[in-house]
Design a binder for this molecule. Structure first.
Ligand SMILES: [Fe+2]
Length: 381
């Protein structure tokens, strides 16, 4: 049986951010707290938003979101929200500030400690309505602006996943102009996260033909039509940026049907202490190995992926991703990213527990994950 459920209001166009004060008014928000990070402040994007701030509202900003949002940072933002008497939230940035804003909403509305609300502790059922949230993405990748999920590092250092329809921002302002200044490396990494969402969710065995169609459309835009390559090599190409923002939105709308082993493995590697390995870069490197692992179980779906990617006859998905990775400057292996063999057992243990693995077309065992990590550490050359 298919469950098709789409929930929020997303504006997708250059200049979408001009709608901010009108959208806040519709939501009844008079005193928003904007959550962002130091990089967004330094890039001048925060000033761009200020021009569309509701008249008479104080400019309340929490700008200390870490690269991966922590419970400690969420508490600091929540305290500021209370101090400033705020009545709604704005998340401005990549996935992290948007996830942080989702965490603030959870802490404000829920009585339970954050840990009790995790997916792994069956927290989804406990989560109720949260304060209104407007998400303004500044990258084209995570899709947190339309997704039910949030990832926050708990006080004991775990990357905890939260998921609920109440975590979907009420409004997403997807303005590709905000991504024009994104450096090539980040454009490539975040873009490959969107590509991984489209591919993995399409391969998920969960029945949702609408999500499948959306995922394939995202791939066509990003790869067949060349938007990802153009956005990386010509950062100022607004059309390419618009297509990539569309692909990111589509990837996240589609992944309501689950992801797969690429995400199980990248979540595990992404929480390695002191390394700060980028989620999208990890996905880019892991995709070819996992696609080879999946290929014989889902041959028809692999053909559909190859067609959506516009591949010449005979070229397989894994080889095409390796080629694309080279062209957009992604590393060729986990080894190149500093991940060594001695970490494999730890990586496997955490990947096995990750909920994304449950919807991989082939259920990966510990032995499979071990082999996949070893292949990814070595790379294709
Ligand atoms: Fe992702």
């Amino acid at each position: 049986m298919a469950l098709v459920q789409y929930l929020n209001r997303a504006w997708l166009e250059p200049g979408a951010v001009k709608r901010l004060s009108r959208e806040l008014e519709t939501l009844g928000v008079r005193r928003p707290l904007l959550c962002t990070d130091p990089g967004i402040v330094a890039s001048g994007l925060l000033d761009k938003i200020r021009a569309h701030w509701p008249a008479e509202a104080p400019f309340a900003v929490f700008d200390a979101t870490p690269a991966n949002p922590t419970a400690e940072a969420v508490r600091a933002a929540r305290d500021l929200y209370r101090e400033q008497n705020c009545d709604g939230l704005i998340g401005l940035g990549g996935g992290s500030p948007i996830d942080l804003a989702k965490g603030v909403g959870l802490m404000l509305a829920q009585k339970e400690p954050l840990e009790e609300l995790e997916v792994n502790r069956k927290g989804t059922a406990k989560i109720g309505p949260l304060p209104p949230l407007v998400a303004i993405p500044t990258t084209a990748g995570t899709g947190s602006e339309v997704s039910i999920g949030a990832i926050i590092i708990t006080d004991d250092g775990r990357k905890a996943t939260f998921a609920s329809r109440h975590l979907v921002p009420q409004v997403a302002l997807c303005d590709p102009e905000l991504t024009l200044g994104l450096p090539a490396r980040l454009t490539a990494a975040t873009g490959m996260d969107a590509v991984a969402h489209c591919i993995e969710t399409y391969l998920s065995p969960v029945d949702n033909p609408v999500a499948d169609a959306i995922a394939l459309d995202g791939l066509r835009r990003a790869i067949r039509d060349g938007a990802l390559k153009r956005a990386v090599t010509q950062g100022s190409d607004l059309e390419a940026r618009t297509q990539m923002m569309t692909a990111a939105l589509e990837g996240a709308l589609a992944f309501a049907k689950g992801l797969g082993a690429v995400h199980a493995m990248s979540h595990s590697a992404g929480r390695l202490k002191g390394r700060n390995l980028h989620h999208g870069t990890l996905n880019a490197v892991l995709l070819p190995c996992v696609m080879r692992f999946n290929a014989s179980a889902v041959p028809e779906k692999m053909r559909a992926l190859a067609e959506a990617m516009g591949l010449p006859k005979g070229e397989d998905v894994a080889t095409a991703i390796e080629k694309l990775n080279r062209e957009i400057g992604m590393p060729a292996s986990l080894g190149e990213m500093g991940v060594k063999r001695d970490l494999v057992e730890d990586l496997v243990a955490v990947a096995l527990k990750d909920s994304a693995g449950a919807t991989n077309p082939v259920r990966a065992t510990a032995q499979d994950y071990r082999r996949l990590y070893e292949e990814a550490i070595q790379g294709s050359e």
